[in-house]
Design a protein around this ligand. Structure first.
Ligand code: RVP
Length: 502
């Protein structure tokens, strides 16, 4: 007879935390959100610990190198999407590992034979008014001049005027030499009252820009997550098909941690992939696996040697796996059961295998719930897709700014290997949708606000670390009626648009 779970599948929305005793030490500035990312033996330290418990999803619409740098600055980790060629993914990883805070690759470049019209078009597209004029129009070409808004007057000039006629030529440029420190470059900016200083190598090739507007951002972030060479930590998604080619290339590029990205991880393919990594690299390459939603799945992947185990099937905001295939489990139930399995496994073997709750975070307080239920860290897609740093287009729809966000199982991503069980290619079906999410601004502002809420809740629970939260949290299920009580109710809101949605 089939197995029936006694409890219904529950989501985060069905739970609340009940406060614990807060001593005077329970203050936001005392809360640590440090958390293990990879497995470790009792009494030892994990090889990778994040400073905040957030990682960004292995998705085209979420995790590229720009997102990875922004999140590492805040103390988290991005898993760069694997549904692209090995070469492209490797390039993204390399860009993160070679990123020098404050030194920006120019994304607004033209050739001297292009025209004022090209300048205006490019400026509108990138939003940047400092244009590098290079011999071949690339970011690394031989620099021949610069164009800024001060170099042209649209009303007085023929749109066909060649850039070479109005750019500031190389001979008149003030620049920094490759190899200079950020503070040296900043001194050049300030001493010469410039907005941008190009950094140039011995062959007059442009390597970077340093911008005055970034000056404040460059002061180091106390939470930033760095490797032993002071480079940003970055993860990368892999699959169970081309791992023999992809993994060595990613390791070579400097990826710190890998994650097998699959909608269903309780499989022989994942076992084979982890085995292959262990045979080839021993424990030096860190690789997480998933996704699973129960003890059996966790124990299987822990035994297989996974460095962390990811939880979640069908709870992602863009995921329609449950509708299409009827598999999955409410995210809260899945996390609670897998956390129990993780603790039992630790007791039995002395090996702590961190678990990651993946998908389904809607409100900030869901993050706190996931951690309280036992997750060591949380993977988010929709949340990060809304920020400036996500790779997708920002559009204005009916007067509101949105960003594009699509599932890896959608026709748009065509990440079939994430779902692939072999068979006829013509019979593939979508497990994800293509959508928009409300634009929310910068990652820095949002992550800090969200985590401030998490810390505040932890203080109310009387704890100042994730480990204490997992040990001491008190959780209650909420009834359908008491959910209504949770929002504003029985009042007429001044902002009438909010009345309509309640
Ligand atoms: P969310 O944060 O709720 O947007 O969920 C993101 C998660 O959804 C991903 O980390 C992944 O596990 C899952 N996903 C990604 N694509 C799809 C799909 O197309 N079904 N699902």
């Amino acid at each position: 007879m089939a197995h029936y779970f006694n409890e219904p599948s529950r989501t985060f929305n069905e739970y609340l935390l009940v406060p614990g005793y807060s001593s005077k030490d329970c203050r936001i500035e005392n809360v640590s959100l440090k958390t293990p990312i990879v497995k470790y033996k009792k009494g030892e330290e994990p090889k990778i610990t994040a400073n905040i418990p957030l990682v960004s999803a292995v998705m085209q619409a979420v995790s590229d190198d720009k997102m990875a740098v922004a999140l590492a600055k805040e103390g988290g980790i991005s898993f760069i999407f694997g549904s692209q060629s090995v070469e492209n993914q490797v390039e993204m990883v390399k860009r993160v590992k070679s990123y020098k805070a404050g030194f920006v690759k120019s994304d607004t470049n033209l050739r001297p034979d292009q025209t004022l019209t090209d300048v205006l078009e490019l400026k509108a597209r990138t939003g940047h008014s400092t244009i590098a004029v290079t011999e071949d129009g690339t970011a690394e070409g031989r620099i021949l001049g610069l164009v800024t808004s001060r170099d042209y007057r649209v009303s007085r000039m023929d749109p066909d005027t060649k850039i070479s006629e109005f750019m500031t030529p190389f001979e008149k440029l003030i620049y920094a030499k490759e190899g200079c420190s950020l503070s040296e470059a900043n001194d050049i900016l300030w001493d010469n009252k410039l907005n941008a200083v190009p950094v140039i190598d011995d062959n007059q090739r442009l390597t970077h820009f340093v911008f005055r507007k970034d000056y404040d951002n460059h002061k180091s972030n106390p939470n930033e997550l760095l490797d032993s060479h002071k480079r940003y930590v970055v993860g990368a998604g892999v699959n169970t098909r081309d791992y023999e080619e992809r993994i060595p290339a990613l390791v070579e590029a400097g990826a710190d941690v890998l994650c097998i990205d699959s909608s269903e991880g309780y499989s022989e393919w994942q076992l084979d992939t982890i085995k292959w990594v262990r045979e080839r690299y021993g424990d030096t390459v860190k690789i997480g696996a998933g996704n699973v939603v129960d003890k059996d799945g966790f124990n299987f992947l822990a035994e297989a040697g996974a460095d962390f185990v990811k939880i979640g099937i069908g709870g992602g905001s863009i995921c329609i796996t449950r509708e299409q295939k009827g598999i999955g489990r409410g995210q809260a139930s899945a996390v609670i059961e897998v956390a129990e399995a993780r603790d039992e496994y630790f007791k039995k073997t002395g090996v702590y295998v961190p678990i990651c709750s993946d998908g389904g975070i809607v409100y900030d307080y869901h993050m706190t719930l996931a951690l309280a239920m036992g997750a060591d860290f949380i993977m988010l897609g929709r949340y990060f897709a809304r920020f400036d740093e996500s790779p997708t287009n920002k559009l204005n729809i009916n007067g509101n700014y949105v960003k594009e966000y699509w599932g890896e199982g959608s026709n748009r991503a065509r990440n079939w290997q994430r779902y692939d069980l072999g068979g006829d290619a013509k019979m593939k079906f979508e497990e994800g949708v293509d959508s928009y999410v409300p634009y929310a601004g910068s990652l820095h502002d949002n992550v800090n606000l969200s985590l401030n809420k998490v810390k505040a809740t932890m203080c109310n629970c009387g704890v100042v670390s994730i480990q204490e939260l997992q040990r001491d949290a008190k959780l209650t299920l909420v009834s359908a009626t008491s959910i209504v009580e949770g929002g504003a109710h029985d009042v007429i809101l001044r902002d009438s648009s909010q009345n309509a949605i309640r």
